[in-house]
Write a protein of this length. Structure first.
Length: 336
């Protein structure tokens, strides 16, 4: 029997054996990754793959780029893309940078209309904790297309704010938005049947099925004003603005970069390179090319490793659905 005919007869079986062994190997890897518990608290000490982004790989000052992109809302949706919770992702990246004693600064790149009051405040608080954890740390914010409302609130943790020449900034204000269909229901003969506990008349505040009473509006107005006062005080403190500027301009309006710079709502008009230069100055490094700039990416799964697929970025934002479809009625720092 010739060598050619020998392999021709056995080739199909050899291929089957090879595929079987490959599948068995993949199964063992998957099983190991699925059932091997981590050796550290993953929420307290999140881990990411570091990707060298800019500057000197062996630079002495380490900077982490973090993107705040999209509406600042909790929750995830698989409708249009990744199911990553943007707020959880940004907070995890800040926590990872906080835990890394080699990190000297965060460059937060903001492109957001704002969003929920509490998520915005949590990200702001996480940035303050980053600076408190190690003396001399800095946060610089770069405003891309939009840095409004909750996006601007977050930026108040920054030591320096750079806005691109075409960026929109500001919208210092609070809103609660709902709809009322009581009149339409009355016309079509539909009645609302809602049972509330005794002494709980205000449980139906902002119900779309009944007209709002004056005392109900007063309750909500008090809540909105309280949230606004917090926002305004954080801006006043963070930017060192006097009461006259706040009274005149902190009324929900949006600013262009020139106006924002003139009235001290930002520190500089520029681009990515200018934001890096600012970080260098704050860290005592005259040449920003000497900074070691990294960004985070989610660790690759076993399947992604086998297939050579890069894992999704850590800063994946929520799909661009209308905020009302994912938020319900809530108090928001949001520009619309």
């Amino acid at each position: 029997m010739s060598i050619k005919s020998f392999f021709a007869k056995r080739l199909p079986w050899m291929l089957v054996l090879f595929l079987f062994m490959a599948c068995a190997y993949m199964f063992m890897l998957l099983r190991a990754s699925m059932f091997s518990p981590p050796d550290h608290p993953v929420d307290q000490k999140p881990e990411f793959n570091e990707i060298w982004s800019y500057g000197d790989e062996d630079g002495g000052k380490k900077v982490v780029r973090i993107k705040l992109d999209g509406a600042i809302m909790r929750g995830s949706s698989m409708l249009l893309g990744s199911g990553v919770d943007m707020v959880a992702s940004v907070k995890a990246q800040i926590r990872a940078a906080t835990n890394d004693k080699d990190v000297d600064a965060i460059l937060l790149e903001v492109n957001s209309p704002g969003g929920g009051v509490t998520p915005s405040d949590e990200i702001y608080h996480a940035l303050l904790q980053f600076k408190e954890e190690k003396e001399g740390r800095k946060v610089v914010v770069l405003s891309r297309d939009l840095m409004a409302s909750g996006g601007y609130y977050v930026a108040m943790a920054a030591d320096h704010i750079v806005a691109e020449p075409t960026s929109l900034i500001g919208s210092i204000g609070v809103l609660i938005q709902s709809m009322n269909v009581a009149e339409v229901m009355e016309k079509v003969g539909v009645k609302d049947v809602t049972v509330v506990s005794e002494k709980s008349d205000n449980k139906t505040l902002l119900s779309p099925f009944k007209e709002m009473k004056e005392e109900e509006q007063e309750i909500l107005q008090t809540l909105v004003d309280e949230m606004y006062d917090r926002f305004a005080n954080i801006v006043k403190t963070g930017r060192g603005l006097d009461a006259a500027v706040m009274d005149e301009f902190a009324d929900g309006r949006i600013f262009g970069p020139a106006f924002a710079l003139e009235n001290d709502f930002i520190d500089e008009i520029g681009y990515f390179e200018d934001a890096l230069a600012s970080i260098g100055k704050h860290l005592g490094e005259d040449d920003p090319d000497q900074l070691h700039v990294v960004r985070y990416a989610m660790p690759r799964s076993v399947v992604e490793s086998l297939l050579g697929v890069e894992a999704g970025g850590a800063g994946v934002s929520m799909p661009d659905l209308p905020v009302g479809l994912r938020s319900g009625t809530r108090v928001m720092y949001l520009w619309r």
